[in-house]
Design a protein around this ligand. Structure first.
Ligand SMILES: Nc1ncnc2c1ncn2[C@@H]1O[C@H](COP(=O)(O)OP(=O)(O)OP(=O)(O)O)[C@@H](O)[C@H]1O
Ligand SMILES: [Mg+2]
Length: 357
């Protein structure tokens, strides 16, 4: 049985979409699959049309049961398709860390639950939450493999080194090898940033990276809103093609697994990229963003800077060698970098700051 966590503490990088659709595609290829939702948001369950608020028992009861009657994973699993079961979660799981704070061996609760399964599965896929707390730690300790979805945007490389360190810690603590493979998600072939991030990640992870790339595909989003996997929603969609290709790659590894321990000792991020910290002093501002040629001047949530106690705002960005223009968006006003005198005129008659890496 292969137990695969889908983990990355970064929110919205495609963990749940990958967990649901990889599970569904593996089941479509006649593998028996259990998807365990380890996220209190319950998105895996919701994405498969389960009303999580109405559930009497969930994964939380398996990991922490205050009653004498012990709940096991089989008690909470629900069949959602041929060869496809889910162990759902809901908001109750968010209190687990508190419930287990004084319990010895709290990091191994999920592993124990899986050891006690009497249903036989070919694959257990675990959808992790966007954090590196007890829930993700439980998932990693229970797993033989981790798939790390990395979305193809500038800020997506953040925190990967921290996740890799935690996986190392799991290896040391449990003595078992946890194999890591990266999957590129939300690839948009029209953008330069998608291509650059993909190339860098491919260079770094090499054969610890799936050849399949998951493209941005609106049908994947639609399928979730209808409570269906892409297998049940639309087999003509590019999203189905991509996740089926991923499932085939995962299945192809069945023959070789165990034969080749994977080494993960290279530094991350790739040596070609440089971490640059941008700082802007704006104590009175309520929202500060940074955008530039490195992210196609995108001012979505990802470009938000973090407010520090001293009134400055900061954000680290990994940049490949090159020259970039950028500006800050202070509430609704664009301004150049007060700490950088290197500027050029922009088409609006204002100044853009320039940075060379
Ligand atoms: N390949 C894709 N194409 C288009 N939309 C996608 C794709 N993958 C994911 N999405 C959408 O992006 C959003 C975030 O995806 P998802 O919920 O899978 O991320 P996540 O990593 O599980 O998030 P969280 O960290 O909150 O658990 C969702 O609205 C999802 O429908
Ligand atoms: Mg999720």
């Amino acid at each position: 049985m292969r137990i695969i966590s889908i983990a990355n503490q970064k929110g919205g990088c495609g963990k749940t979409t990958s967990a649901i659709n990889l599970s569904a595609c593996l089941a479509h290829k006649r593998r028996k699959v259990l998807l365990i939702d380890m996220d209190p948001q319950g998105h895996s369950a919701i994405g498969l049309n389960i009303h999580t608020g109405e559930l009497k028992k969930t994964v939380c009861d398996v990991l922490y049961d205050s009653n004498d009657a012990k709940t096991v994973l089989n008690d909470v699993t629900i069949e959602v398709g041929n060869n496809f079961d889910i162990a759902p979660s809901n908001i109750s799981l968010s209190a687990l860390e508190q419930h287990l704070s004084k319990v010895q061996g709290r990091e191994s609760k999920l592993k124990e639950a899986i050891d006690g399964l009497y249903q036989i599965y070919d694959y257990i896929i675990i959808d992790c939450p966007p954090s590196l707390g007890l829930l993700t730690f439980n998932s990693l300790i229970a797993s033989t493999e981790v798939i790390v979805p990395i979305e193809m945007s500038l800020f997506s490389l953040h925190g990967i080194s921290k996740l890799l360190k935690i996986i190392d810690l799991v290896r040391e603590k449990t003595g078992h090898e946890v194999r890591i493979k990266v999957i590129a998600t939300m690839y948009d072939k029209r953008t330069r940033i998608s291509k650059e991030v993909l190339q860098d990640i491919q260079k770094h992870f090499q054969d610890s990276m799936f050849i399949t790339v998951i493209n941005t595909n609106v049908t994947l989003k639609e399928a979730v809103s209808f409570g269906k996997s892409i297998v049940d929603y639309d087999q003509k969609a590019n999203g189905f093609r991509d996740y089926m290709a991923l499932a085939k790659e995962v299945i192809a590894e069945e023959k070789i697994l165990g034969a080749r321990p994977v080494k993960q000792k290279k530094p991350f991020p790739p040596a070609t990229m440089v971490e640059k910290q941008f700082i802007y002093d704006a104590p009175g501002a309520s929202c500060v963003k940074i955008a530039g040629t490195f992210n196609n001047w995108n001012t979505s949530e990802e470009s938000l800077m973090e407010r520090k106690k001293d009134g400055t705002w900061s954000k680290s960005v990994y940049l490949a060698p090159g020259t970039y223009q950028y500006r800050f968006l202070i509430d609704d006003e664009w301004v150049a970098d007060q700490n950088n005198s290197n500027q050029v005129k922009n088409p609006f008659g204002d100044k853009n700051s320039v940075i060379k890496i």
